[in-house]
Unconditional design. Structure first.
Length: 366
């Protein structure tokens, strides 16, 4: 019997899953990685940690599922969107990847909208306004502040696509993740050459773009040995975490909406045609379903706020969880259930790293 391997490059960890062709899950595994915040509002990670976590979690899920490597028929990728990996011609990144919740690029966002002729014109070109989390402002920031890095850069990849490169040697992405770069013509499902030229970005830096279901490469012998898989295993386009998760949740027809809590919080709707908010309060992107689109809004620190509370305010619960060998979140949720509705007037605004939707403000704070 053959199985499918799913790999998700999340913000706090890489998750793997093995399922059969009907979607029945056989096993899952997770390997964590760190987030660095060298300055307030900055958020970055070492992509090498993603690859190390991918190898660890993939070996673990194959072991837990008790299947053989040659039973994995194909690999699908998903992951945190918008992050920027700057590469020369090797797997070692030139600098840490700047993540989706990084807020350093407010000035560059203003520059992009001005160059495009205003917010409405930019939305007409790429379906979205310039937001600090998107990839294009990060490229301009590195070009301006780290010219030595930018001068060596030959390829710019998104997080899951860096893992694809490590697996296959191919520089590739797909329409869902590409939609979140601010360089992609969402309506026509291809790179927006006009905007790329206006921003003076070399189009050769950008990878080839696929639909989510298309095969984008084959597993190299070296990567297969590191992952415990079979050489030449097909790796498909995949998608960003939100479009991919929507397919898993059945959000594949108009009128269906989902709410997802991870590090971020997302409300997501399927769309049969590209529909734009003229004020840019929500995002319009290509769906993981070929020829379809999606509209969604993202708050930056949903589950991330809970993780912050666990790490910094829950010393007693962490110690108790370790003693009982249980999840500290379970203990915290048990306590939260005892709180009175409204929490006696106490409000927590989850703006730990600014905010994106519906209030795009990198300086928003709790």
């Amino acid at each position: 019997m053959s199985y499918l391997l799913g790999i998700d490059i999340g913000t706090s960890g890489t998750k793997t899953l093995i399922c059969d062709y009907r979607g029945r899950v056989k096993a899952t595994a997770t390997a964590e990685h760190d987030i660095a915040t060298p300055k307030p509002g900055w958020s970055q990670q070492d992509p090498v940690q993603w690859w190390q976590a991918t190898c660890k979690a993939t070996k673990a899920v194959v072991r837990k599922s008790k299947i053989k490597a040659d039973q994995v028929a194909a690999v699908g990728l998903s992951g945190q969107m918008h992050g920027s990996v700057f590469l020369a011609d090797s797997e070692k990144p030139l600098r840490p990847a700047i993540l989706w919740n990084d807020q350093r690029t407010a000035v560059e966002c203003g520059e992009i909208e001005k160059i495009a002729g205003g917010r409405r014109k930019l939305i007409g070109m790429v379906g979205n306004p310039a937001l600090t989390g998107f990839t294009a402002p990060k490229i301009l920031w590195v070009r301006k502040h780290e010219p030595q890095v930018y001068g060596k850069t030959k390829h710019i990849l998104l997080p899951k696509d860096y893992i694809r490169y490590c697996m296959t040697g191919e520089y590739a992405t797909e329409v869902g993740d590409a939609s979140g770069t601010l360089l992609f013509d969402v309506k026509r499902r291809k790179w927006n050459r006009k905007l790329i030229e206006l921003l003076k970005i070399d189009p050769e830096l950008l990878p080839r773009c696929y639909e989510s279901h298309e095969v984008s490469g084959a597993m190299s012998r070296q990567a297969a040995a590191q992952l415990g898989l079979k050489p030449d295993t097909p790796v498909v386009g995949g998608s960003g975490d939100q479009p991919a998760g929507a397919v898993g949740n059945g959000i594949v027809a108009s009128g269906i909406v989902s709410a997802t809590l991870g590090t971020s919080g997302v409300v997501f709707a399927h769309a049969d045609k590209p529909t734009y908010d003229p004020k840019g309060r929500v995002h319009t992107m290509c769906a993981a379903v070929a020829g379809k689109w999606c509209v969604f809004g993202c708050m930056l620190a949903a589950g991330g706020s809970f993780q912050w509370f666990r790490n910094h305010m829950s010393t007693v619960e962490l110690a108790e969880a370790k003693k009982k060998n249980c999840d500290p979140y379970e203990l915290l949720i048990k306590q939260a259930r005892r709180a009175v509705p409204g929490c006696e007037g106490l409000f927590f605004l989850p703006y730990l790293t600014g905010e994106r939707c519906p209030y795009p403000n990198p300086n928003a704070r709790g």
